[in-house]
Write a protein that binds this ligand. Sequence first.
Ligand SMILES: [Zn+2]
Length: 426
Amino acid sequence: MDTGTVKRVAVCVMLLSMPNRSAVFAQVTRPDAAAPLTEQPSVRAALDWFGKNLTWINDEQVRLTEIPAPSFQEEKRAAAMKELLADEGLKVHSDKMGNVIGEMTGTNEIVLVTAHLDTVFPAGTEIHVKREGERILAPGISDNGTGLAALVALARAMRVAKLRPQRTILFAANVGEEGEGNLRGMRALIDAYRAKLKAVVVLDGSGTDHVTTKALASRRLEVTVTGPGGHSWSDFGMVNPINAVVRGAVRFINTKVPATPRTSFNLGQIEGGTSVNSIPHEAKLKVDMRSEAEEEIARMEAALRECVAAGVRDENENARDRSKGKLEWTVELIGSRPGGELAGDSALLGALRVADAAVGNESRIERSSTDANIPLSQGIDAIAIGAGGNGGGAHSLDEWYEPAGRELGLQRVLLTVLGVSGVVGR
Ligand SMILES: [Zn+2]
């Protein structure tokens, strides 16, 4: 960790408010030097590029959003991103997981900038972008059409402005952020680059109002209860997996969770059975658990297991006809996102604050569950931020985005990234 950060932030803010000081500074600024970024001509050119090319950025966002990319089926959108990043002169490759990585080469140390490719919408969802005045609408348009468009815009602005980073910047469009993707794309990126990583900047969704520095821990579990199955009339009285799941779920719902540390659970999906007049042979229940304290999640998981065991036991014991067998059950981990927190005096948060000051933005610290969970849980500096403009209705079919003012968000992203990568002077 860089203990000089706080001082540096103060110095940078001061310098930003003093015009025409560039001659005082050396040609090459290092990430560990006080860097008046906005005074460098190439940085200014890149910052200006965004406002002059909004139509191009918006169009790319629409084009990318209209390529379906449910988690585990991101290939087509990944291929489009690969082409876009290669067009910007980056050394581009795909890893085994399906992540697309474009390299802007600097020193051995790496700053990783990512945007997730996947959406929560299943294949076949209507994702054609509609326009209503300034607003564009489509599932996934903001989450994460905005982040992907920003990734490309960032690379393009830097190329056009001939802006070279001191440290290597990797631009990654990663798979598997949403739901049962379980952050698999980010896990692979961190595994591949861990030793050289100095900072990770995750671009997720729209806005400029927040910076996620705290990773919300979560765990997702799937309960499965199976039995022999039968006919609703002739086999009445035998064990029923849906009954057992309901019995267990009702017990679990009554589990007390604390308000502080903030803790939540959600019974998110329940399925099973084949028809209304059949005793099912299987029932499933998916549960999401989150907490500011990981021990609360462990406590909830233990409670869920106990409740399901009790529900199955009740159903087995209450069956009138046990001749055809009894119920079996499992509780399986289908997702786990570890928690973590960025230090208040980290260089990365310092860079974000300098960027906020430079563009006249204010943002609040947030705790959330994002791709940044993985680096943060491993002690690697990381933040997740929106990439500008305004959006809403994430994960719904009515999702929307308004690009007005997005240049400010993109400038904020660029200055944050350059703040940790450093810039080679002209
Ligand atoms: Zn997202």
